[in-house]
Design a protein around this ligand. Structure first.
Ligand SMILES: O=C(O)CCC(=O)C(=O)O
Length: 225
């Protein structure tokens, strides 16, 4: 495991206010990726977006979501259905411990300009080609809402999250039960305005979850292909 905050690679970016635990290989955490003014502007845009209840393991979750296509590099199955005017993505698929995939079709719209700009800024920051971040999931967490343990399933390679509105306790644990013990859960505060990326082992060999949030939080989860 290696701990990596992007601040060490980009000295102009602020360092974390917290002492980060050692994070799995491939996990990057960057506090204050956006400014408070940018966060306020994004939240104004987000409040105007129609959200729908997320479905988790077949049950209605407390979270609400909206799904957006960011680029043409989305796989064929993600492309717009001309008869519907928007794409039906097999969105937010999760891989369970036993390797099976939960994947629910979710109506997907073209991303608004500000979200596309955000994804390009994220791509530049993380060293991806613009356009390789093909999908964004906007999630609203009301107070008390968690997200359970899961690992996002293929085809997406890297999972990137921007936190807005409030901090949350972000947790990681090894994917396989045989690799877990009492001390194998890693947790830290994903602060409002911070960005994280799960690539490498943190993406493929670890699960993540978020403890019930104390205050309303939003995240924009961006995925590469
Ligand atoms: O809200 C977050 O930062 C995490 C979202 C997430 O894990 C997911 O949508 O699969």
């Amino acid at each position: 495991m290696s701990s990596l905050s992007c601040a060490s690679l980009f000295p102009e970016m602020p360092a974390s206010r917290q002492l980060l635990p050692p994070l799995p290989q491939g996990f990057i955490y960057q506090p204050e990726f956006i400014s408070e003014a940018e966060e306020r502007r994004m939240l104004r845009e987000i409040r105007a977006i129609a959200l729908r209840t997320a479905v988790w393991n077949g049950y209605a979750a407390k979270r609400r979501i909206a799904s957006f296509a960011l680029s043409e590099s989305v796989p064929e199955t993600y492309k717009a259905d001309p008869n519907k005017g928007s794409a039906t993505l097999s969105d937010n698929p999760r891989q369970r411990d036993d390797g099976t995939v939960e994947s629910k079709p979710v109506q997907t719209e073209a991303a608004p300009a500000w979200m596309k700009e955000l994804s390009e800024r994220v791509a530049d920051f993380l060293g991806y080609e613009r356009g390789s971040i093909c999908h964004a999931l906007l999630t609203e967490y009301p107070p008390g809402a968690p997200i359970g343990w899961h690992r996002d399933s293929p085809p997406h390679r890297s999972i990137i999250g921007l936190s807005l509105g409030s901090d949350c306790t972000f947790r990681l644990r090894p994917q396989f039960e045989t690799q877990r013990n009492r001390s194998s859960v890693i947790s830290f505060q994903a602060e409002a305005r911070s960005l994280y990326e799960m690539a490498g082992a943190s993406r493929s060999r670890w699960q993540h979850s978020i403890a019930p949030v104390k205050r309303q939080r939003w995240s924009i989860t961006m995925r590469t292909i």
